[in-house]
Design a protein around this ligand. Structure first.
Ligand code: 5GP
Ligand code: MG
Ligand code: MG
Length: 179
């Protein structure tokens, strides 16, 4: 698995420092509030776990799975709810935790769903952002790292369901894609 990595872009410590920073900022900004924190599976699961440990406010957690990619590295443009929330968001302040925003299609769809379900507010935190690749205009309220147009894996992010368990984030050797 480590043999497949061409370059490490963000090592574990760099990621942890950023997550801590985001957690402290969110704790300040959500002081006195009780958001429902929604993890967008599967990619955000590690970020979510690390982020909530850095929150000093009371939170409830829920999980949602959407599909947009399949095993490819490009968005199909089709977003589908694979696993829905257990709780209702009506009247709730919602904090959506995303791994990465690329085209923005997944997130714009999700925000739309949450708004139609009458969430009181929808705030988005993403660990990674690829602003150059947007097809819909959309910005996260909080973001960790911006990166150029490169396909990354690790820290929750997969290629064909592999590499999610890497504690760092990197790019794959080109030959991995042609396997
Ligand atoms: P979007 O709908 O914004 O194009 O894509 C969002 C989803 O695509 C992310 O939540 C993630 O699952 C996947 N994705 C986008 N860029 C990357 C990337 O560089 N690496 C990986 N592993 N997944 C990505
Ligand atoms: Mg995601
Ligand atoms: Mg994926």
């Amino acid at each position: 698995m480590l043999n497949d990595i061409q370059e490490v872009l963000f090592d574990a410590e760099t990621i942890q420092n950023k997550v801590k920073e985001l957690g402290e900022q969110l704790s300040q900004d959500f002081e006195g509030r009780n958001p429902l924190v929604i993890c967008v599976l599967k990619g955000a699961f590690i970020f979510m776990a690390d982020l909530v440990k850095q929150l000093s406010i009371p939170v409830e957690l829920d999980f949602m799975a959407v599909s947009s990619y399949g095993a490819s590295t490009k968005s199909s443009g089709v977003v589908k709810i694979i696993k829905d929330l257990d709780v209702t968001v009506e009247g709730r302040e919602v904090l959506v935790v995303e791994d990465i925003i690329d085209s923005g299609l997944t997130l714009s769809y999700l925000i739309d769903v949450l708004e139609r379900r009458n969430a009181k507010s929808v705030t988005v935190v993403t660990l990674f952002d690829k602003p150059a690749r947007r097809t819909v205009e959309l910005e996260a309220d909080y973001k960790g790292f911006s990166l150029p147009d490169e396909f990354i894996v690790g820290y929750g992010l997969d290629y064909a369901e592999h590499y999610r368990n890497l504690p760092f984030v990197g790019i794959l050797k080109p030959e991995v894609y042609s396997k």
